[in-house]
Design a protein around this ligand. Sequence first.
Ligand code: UDP
Length: 475
Amino acid sequence: MSESRSPEETRGNINSMENIRESHVHHRKYRRVILFPLPLQGHINPMIHLANILYSKGFSITIIHTQFNAPNPSKSPHFTFHAIPDGLLEDEASTADGVILFSVLNSKCVEPFRDSLAKLLLDAMDQEPVACLITDAVWHFTHAVAEGFKISTIAMRTTSITSFLAFASFPLLRERGYFPIQDSRLEESVQELSPLKVKDLPVIKTRCPATLHQLFEKISNQARACSGLIWNSFEEIERDALSKLGQVFPVPIFHIGPFHKYFPASSSSLLTQDQSCISWLDTQTPNSVLYVSFGSIAAVNETEFLEIAWGLLHSNQPFLWVVRPGLVPGSEWSESLPDGFLEMVGKRGYIVKWAPQQEVLAHPATGGFWTHNGWNSTLESICEGVPMICQPFFGDQRVNARYVSDVWKIGTHLEYNKLERREIERAIKALMVETKGQEMRQRIVSLKEKVNLCLSHGGSSYHSLESLTNYIMSF
Ligand code: UDP
């Protein structure tokens, strides 16, 4: 395993940002923006990308972060980092029940965050004035704290707009009897959220379902009270959701995504990305490799893990598989693989603990992505024109998967209760060798072209970013 990016490369990326920044700095009169990411990989990545985008626009950047899953400051030496004591006990610092983790973080971090903000504002009296706070929307106390200091707050949501609207309609759906979800209704359509079915509702398995609903309510209430909402999404893909969002959340909305395409990949990875898989990809033919990764949190049991392994083997397609430590809870790494599996796979497969995902997706050999459809992974796949096998586990992943397969038609759906070797083999062949897969590839390649357009001069995200920077300057 090797470090993903050398200090020289990091410096090179920062230099390219510095060049763009140069032309804005004078204009921005050295205003500072404070950002507060939620400490999970899928939230840290977009927040650090956003910080880089704002830095290139001439703003100075301070990141307040928890000690749990702290980002590595040496990868972003152009930012100032402030750690706050999150007070998490050893058994609380776990993503096994995300709802409990979010709720504990939201209660334990109020005071440390307030103290940190007070200190930063005091320090700022001798430096650049603070323009605003940009908070991850899941931190639902931050607007109230910042308001106490007369600082404006903009919330950044790391999901798609469509799935946020689905979360926001939980109170209505509860009134209409959808919750608790009954197994007998899973295939029913949810008229209020067409084309979602009951099984696509973004619920998260938790030992406290009431806490889940309270959490969403607090997140929605804060989103309505904030000075604006930032989305890692773009108009061309979520036009209908955007217009609905404006009605439900009547605050300024900035859709400036996909964030990661603004600059060459700057890594905010919490795990070391194994670069050796890029050399392996170099040996494979174009569009032949299936990349398999379920993100930083999703877990499978040992039986499912074995079905995945057999499905990959029987598909006869080359594959690059991310087996994250903890993918099978309780196991160290890939020790649950069937005896002789690696010998049978030979050079046709490659397994890593964690990959440089954006580089993998951009590699010409990568022809498909079997994904859990986290929003970052979904966007990264769209940006590189790689069609998907959708295997959502929980929460917004289910909404993203339904849109990928049924609305944008750039992926095929593998039902979450059908993690079975023959179904897997069928889905892999459909994507990688059949006409159906070819059609999906053509559609996602044309979506990729829309991404390039929305980010270029005069495009929808370009325009929205201009509005955002002017808006921040107006505070
Ligand atoms: N990722 C990575 N290496 C891997 C798997 C994932 O760098 O082997 C990154 C991926 O590029 C994405 C993030 O981790 O930016 C995962 O975010 P996502 O929203 O897709 O899923 P989550 O981890 O939040 O479930």
